[in-house]
Design a protein around this ligand. Structure first.
Ligand code: F6R
Length: 597
């Protein structure tokens, strides 16, 4: 989703810094980009559709200066063209803006500006309305007051930076979308971005702007001056500098061709990392679970599939009433949200708008809110009463892999802890981590890449599973859809005869997830039903079976089998994607961090 990168520096040529920062945000997904920079007391603006060249000199933007804003846009309001790309300039050319989020009432504000101020707009975006309003407000108000009045007018979730040519300042505001300030110790530069990897090479010291907070940053006396304030009262706020635990190298490709395969291989170690949980936090989770009448696991997309899987494990190991729900659907079930309910939000980024909104709603209804996330200090972490971190390291490929299995590992740990069998759960997970470590070897990947060659021309693929492997079938379909663009669907094995069996024709590939558990015989029966209608059966199982036309062996991992079963499917999706010449890291139309609804 849109990415913001901005900087002020003693260096008078920040263009390259901005390009580098925007390149680091590419993984979030974008279709156009732009930069504004102050040069000789004028804002110079550059916008383009398509990809950012790796070599900044290839960008035809001859400008130098020490204060700039940049943006990668993922189109929401208005098509993909340079007019709609950010930054947007105000009519008087004195302000430029970059923005992430959605202004829900922008049409009304736009009409007001046209009718009352004869304002002329140049784009179809909601963003241009913000900078337009700011220009009008600044005619009579000082910056802080103008920003306060502006933010009171805006409805929605957003963060933005306005570059002010008159005062040579950056003006920041946040309401629901992340804005993180990187503060190098020498105070000769400052970075502002939607995500830490954009500037982590330069500093790991960060300040998180909170909702309803603003900031003004500028260069004065050869030093960066920053001023943070509450947008309601305009009173000054002392912000805490936090050191983030991101190794700059982990955000680089290294020797891997794509982030997706890099992150798949990082699962050699990520389960072990997920296992390293603070015991007192786990204990607090369990205490809250024990007090609750019911627990609802929520998430979007892949994270929702983890929610279903976790719910199955809780149902298997505990007597707690557990439910799962897609984050955006929770609001349609308000009546089941009350004080004896715990909501557990699952989210890699911790910034997914629908999940954040569901948590806000749950809070409003008196629920205790918790999360399982990969990003410390993310909006979700900060909004929930309790958090557990999966510690998978930065995940850059749009298709989630290591974060998914990390989330499942924590779900498993919580279910075992809630059943008062924490040590058993830890032992099982540690064994699962070791099995994944052995499994991820070049020979195994090669075997799967051979299968990818067979499947690359498939038009449709289906995946079936039962019990806790049912959500794995759903998640496998997401992985295949995202990076291969093959039509893929996951079903519960038992549902076949109730409709989907009609889709099976000669040689339709069907992945059958058959763990060695109490579902085994039933899922094999389903496989035979498909095979007798001509389907091509790929069994993902620790044991071979005559129903399988192709056997993808996975190690036996007991109740953690769903975690293991995902690995070959992730590798398969990756290799089909590469064979089809797709970019597995940046699937078309998708973004990594979905910060708008
Ligand atoms: C698919 C994928 C998405 C995310 C979803 C939620 O591979 O990654 O379906 O799971 O957009 O994102 P987070 O986990 O950041 O809340």
């Amino acid at each position: 989703m849109c990415g913001i990168f901005s900087t002020i520096s003693l260096d008078t040529n920040v263009k390259n810094l901005v390009v580098e920062g925007l390149k680091k945000l590419e993984y979030r997904g974008y279709d156009s980009f732009g930069i504004s920079l102050i040069q000789n007391n004028k804002i110079k603006n550059f916008k383009s559709t398509g990809e950012i060249p790796s070599d900044p000199s290839k960008i035809e933007f001859e400008a130098s200066g020490s204060i700039a804003i940049g943006h990668t846009r993922w189109a929401t309001h208005g098509g993909v063209n340079t007019a709609n790309a950010h930054p947007h300039l105000s009519q008087n050319q004195q302000y430029a803006i970059v923005h992430n989020g959605i202004i829900e009432n922008y049409t009304k504000l736009k009409q007001e500006l046209i009718q009352e101020h004869n304002y002329q707009f140049h784009s179809e975006t909601d963003t241009e309305v913000i900078v337009a309003y700011f220009q009008i407000l600044k005619e009579n108000l000082a910056t802080k007051q103008a920003l306060q009045t502006l933010c009171k007018k805006l409805q929605g979730r957003y963060s933005f930076i306005i570059l002010d040519n008159n005062t040579q300042e950056l003006i920041l505001a946040r309401q629901g979308s992340p804005l993180i300030i990187g503060v190098p110790k020498d105070e000769t530069s400052i970075f502002i971005a939607s995500d830490v990897p954009a500037f982590v090479k330069y500093t790991q010291n960060v300040i998180y702007l909170d909702d309803n907070q603003g900031a003004i940053l500028k260069l004065a006396d050869q030093k960066i001056q920053s001023h943070y304030f509450d947008l309601d009262t305009l009173t000054e706020i002392q912000k805490r500098i936090i050191k983030v635990e991101i190794n700059p190298e982990e955000t680089e490709l290294g020797e891997h061709p794509h982030f997706m395969i890099k992150e798949i291989w990082e699962q050699k170690d990520s389960i072990r990392k997920a296992l390293e949980q603070d015991l007192s936090t786990l204990k607090q989770f369990v205490e809250k679970f024990n007090e609750a009448e019911k627990i609802i696991f929520i998430g979007c997309g892949t994270a929702h599939k983890v929610a279903i899987c976790t719910q199955y494990l809780f149902a298997k190991l505990t007597k707690k009433i557990t439910l799962h729900e897609i984050s955006s659907e929770l609001k349609h079930q308000k009546n089941i949200l009350y004080s004896k309910t715990i909501v557990v939000a699952i989210s890699q980024s911790g910034e997914t708008a629908e999940t954040l909104e569901a948590i806000e709603l749950a809070k409003k209804h008196g629920c205790f809110t918790t999360c399982i996330t990969n990003v410390r200090e993310s909006s979700l972490d900060r909004n929930c009463d309790l958090s557990l971190f999966i510690k998978a390291g930065t995940e850059k490929a749009v298709a989630s892999t290591k974060a998914t299995t990390g989330q499942m590992a924590i779900g498993s740990l919580l279910a075992f802890a809630c059943a008062d069998r924490l040590n058993e759960g830890k032992f099982l997970l540690s064994n699962t981590g070791a099995l994944i470590n052995d499994m991820l070897n070049p020979r195994y990947e090669d075997k799967i890449s051979q299968l990818a060659k067979e499947l690359r021309y498939a038009q449709n693929m289906y995946i079936i599973g039962k019990g806790a492997n049912y959500p794995i079938a759903l998640e496998s379909a997401i992985k295949l859809q995202e990076v291969t663009y093959i039509h893929a669907e996951g079903f519960a094995g038992g549902e076949l005869k109730h409709g989907p069996l009609a889709l099976i024709t000669k040689q339709t590939p069907v992945l059958v997830i058959a763990s060695n558990d109490d579902c085994f015989q039933e899922i094999i029966s389903n496989a035979i039903e498909i095979k007798s209608r001509g389907g091509y059966i790929i069994g993902i199982s620790p044991v071979n079976n005559e129903a399988f036309d192709y056997w993808l062996k996975v190690p036996e991992a007991g109740l953690d089998s769903p975690i293991i079963n995902l690995i070959p499917i992730q590798i398969l999706a990756y290799h089909i994607s590469v064979l089809k010449d797709n970019n597995p890291d940046k699937p078309r139309n998708l973004a990594k961090s979905v910060t708008v609804k």
